[in-house]
Every structure is written in structure tokens, then in C-alpha cells.
Design a protein around this ligand. Structure first.
Ligand SMILES: Nc1ncnc2c1ncn2[C@@H]1O[C@H](COP(=O)(O)OP(=O)(O)OP(=O)(O)O)[C@@H](O)[C@H]1O
Ligand SMILES: [Mg+2]
Length: 336
């Protein structure tokens, strides 16, 4: 399969949109390919989409991709972080208000749903909205009309909604925290975005993509990454998903100085060989010896691999350090 074929998601898309935008062209996994396929199918319709998945998996860029492929792409996609605003502010932000309707409402305000006319509204962190806003949102989705705060004449809105969450909304609904009727409305189609650890084959192409992008942004044209780093990346659990990978590479690029990223430049929690996060759950209990060697490696990374400095930090002699490292094979990480 050629690179172009790999990037072609749906042959029935318009010719100018058959290839993925560069911001998300980096993947090899079938699971991510399915996500993109579903996204391109749903993009053609106005149905509400719910993107669910852990933090940093790429929900927002997929929302942008859906909008970009949709017939609404000549209008904007407006985003609101539902969890970031207090209830009254969020309400006025979404629906607008009439001047004088509350203290501080000096002018009429057009809400997001009206501003996004014929475009897309991206409701991020939808699980965080209060019961009051949930009722009002339901009205928008059902009736396609809004009421500005302080007004009683409904206004028609022509929008498409895409919502995102990293919470379990079925559980929230079962607990009475999220309205079930609203859940059905926002989840006409649900796209579950898999965590990075469930698609480790995407780590190399994503890494390459971020290295290329950073090389330009940081003006480090020779930016490169050791194979050893990549091997470690593929073993790590990435609780912060793609965002964490991107940040780890940026951190390493800066620390490296010359742009040649080695194991000692990547954040210590990722660099340690025996990573607790990717182990089967053992109730968090581990043998002391393992914890010790993990910690020794973390210190070694932190001091740039110098054994003498590490011994000093650990409060043991270099001979003891050497013995402890030798016992677990040394891993050739340290230099004298
Ligand atoms: N497939 C991808 N290709 C390129 N960059 C990606 C990809 N997936 C995610 N990213 C990048 O990773 C970062 C996190 O992505 P995004 O903000 O879309 O995640 P999210 O799922 O919305 O996270 P959160 O739940 O924390 O809001 C962004 O900088 C995004 O550009
Ligand atoms: Mg997001």
C-alpha cells in the first residue's frame, strides 16, 4: 500500500477531501482507520455525534475533521468547553442574553448557537453541564430553537452539534446526573476513540509526525530520535495519550540541546524500563528490589546518565551502584 492509499479514507468523498489533513495523517492501526471511516461517513449528515475516549486521544481534532468534511465546512466550527465556565456564564455563552436581563448584562448578546449559524458547535466536556443547562440543550436539539436569557420569543438556529466526553455518560445517566433523553439526542452516532496503548502501532508514525513538526517549529532541522527511545515509547502506557507523546517529544527535543534525542532526554517516567503503568494490576504492590532498580534508573536519567552523580544523589558508593545495576544486567544506560 502506498502512502497515498494509506491516507485515503473514503473513495466517495469529494476529490479535494480524499486525503487526510496533515494534522491527523499519522496512523497505522485498523482501530484508528475505523474511527476515521466512521467520521467521514457521519460527516455528510447533520446527525449529532458523540466522541468518547480518554483525555488526549484526539477527540477535538476528529471533531474538526468531521466539520471539515461536512457540507458546513464553509462556515465555522465554534467550540465551547462546557466544564470551564460557571453555569450562568455558560448559559449566556451558549444561548445569549437580552440587555438588562441580569446584573452586568449591558448589551444584547448573541450566543454561540446563533453565532455558529449554518456551521458546527463543538460541545467539549459535555458530561460537565448542569441539569438546568441539560434541559435547555435538549430543547435546542429537539426544537432547533433557542431562547436568549431574558427573552421569551424563541429563535430558530441551524447548527450541527458534535459533543465530546471522557466520562462514562451511561453511568452518569444511571446515577441520575445526566438526562437520558439528552444522551440519546447527542449520541445519534457515537465514535469511541481508542487509547494510544490500545494501538501501539500508531506510535511510530505519530512520533515521526511530531518530530517533523517540531523540527520546523523549534528550528532544529536535524531533529532525530534514537531507535531505543521509540522502543521505549511502544512499551509505555501513555495515560495522557497522544498529547502526552507530543509533549514528551517536545520536552526531549529541548533537553537534548542539539536535537539528537537519546533515551536520557525523554521524561524519566517514560524512560524507565520497568514501567508500573503497563503491568497487570497487582494492587500496586511490588517487590522492594524492583522499586529500587526503577528508582535508580530514574535518578540516572535525571542526572544525564552519570553514575558518579547518581551515586551521590542516592547516598551510596559507586561500587554499590555498579553492583546493583550489574545484578539486573546494567542495561547499558549509564556512562561513567
Ligand atoms: N492522530 C493524531 N495526529 C496528530 N496529532 C494528534 C492526533 N491525535 C491527537 N493529536 C494531538 O494531540 C493533542 C490532543 O488531542 P485533542 O485535543 O484532540 O484530544 P482530546 O481527546 O480532545 O483530549 P481532552 O479530552 O483532554 O480534551 C492535540 O495537540 C492534537 O493535535
Ligand atoms: Mg479536547
Amino acid at each position: 500500500m502506498t502512502e497515498n492509499e494509506a491516507n485515503m479514507i473514503s473513495p466517495d468523498l469529494p476529490p479535494d477531501k480524499q486525503h487526510l489533513p496533515t494534522f491527523m495523517a499519522a496512523f497505522h492501526s485498523d482501530s484508528f482507520r475505523n474511527v476515521l471511516r466512521m467520521a467521514s461517513q457521519v460527516a455528510k449528515f447533520d446527525s449529532s455525534v458523540l466522541l468518547s475516549g480518554e483525555t488526549g486521544v484526539g477527540k477535538e481534532i476528529i471533531a474538526r475533521y468531521i466539520h471539515w468534511l461536512s457540507p458546513r465546512s464553509d462556515k465555522s466550527m465554534l467550540t465551547i468547553s462546557c466544564g470551564a465556565l460557571p453555569e450562568t456564564l455558560l448559559e449566556s455563552e451558549l444561548f445569549g442574553h437580552k440587555a438588562g436581563s441580569f446584573t452586568g448584562a449591558i448589551h444584547d448578546r448573541v450566543g454561540l448557537f446563533e453565532q455558529a449559524a449554518r456551521g458546527t458547535v463543538f460541545l467539549d466536556e459535555i458530561g460537565d453541564i448542569s441539569k438546568t443547562i441539560q434541559v435547555k440543550l435538549l430543547r435546542v436539539l429537539q426544537e432547533r430553537e433557542i431562547l436568549r436569557i431574558g427573552e421569551n420569543i424563541p429563535r430558530k438556529v441551524d447548527i450541527r452539534t458534535i459533543a465530546a466526553t471522557n466520562q462514562d455518560l451511561d453511568k452518569a445517566a444511571a446515577e441520575g446526573k445526566f438526562r437520558e433523553d439528552l444522551l440519546y439526542r447527542i449520541r445519534v452516532v457515537e465514535i469511541k476513540v481508542p487509547a494510544l496503548r490500545e494501538r501501539p502501532e500508531d506510535i511510530p508514525p505519530l512520533t515521526e509526525h511530531f518530530v517533523e513538526r517540531l523540527a520546523r517549529r523549534l528550528r532544529l532541522p536535524g531533529l532525530s530520535l534514537d531507535r531505543e527511545c521509540l522502543a521505549r515509547f511502544q512499551k509505555y502506557a501513555w495515560p495522557g495519550n497522544v498529547r502526552e507523546l507530543q509533549n514528551a517529544i517536545e520536552h526531549a527535543a529541548i533537553i537534548s540541546g542539539d536535537g539528537r534525542i537519546k533515551l536520557k532526554h525523554i521524561p524519566p517516567q517514560i524512560a524507565v524500563e520497568d514501567n508500573m503503568l503497563r503491568r497487570p494490576w497487582t494492587g500496586g504492590l511490588r517487590p522492594l528490589e524492583e522499586m529500587e532498580i526503577d528508582y535508580i534508573r530514574t535518578v540516572l536519567q535525571a542526572v544525564g546518565g552519570s553514575r558518579s552523580r547518581a551515586a551521590e544523589v542516592l547516598g551510596i558508593s559507586q561500587t554499590t551502584l555498579w553492583r546493583k545495576l550489574k545484578k539486573t544486567d546494567g542495561r547499558n544506560e549509564a556512562k561513567e
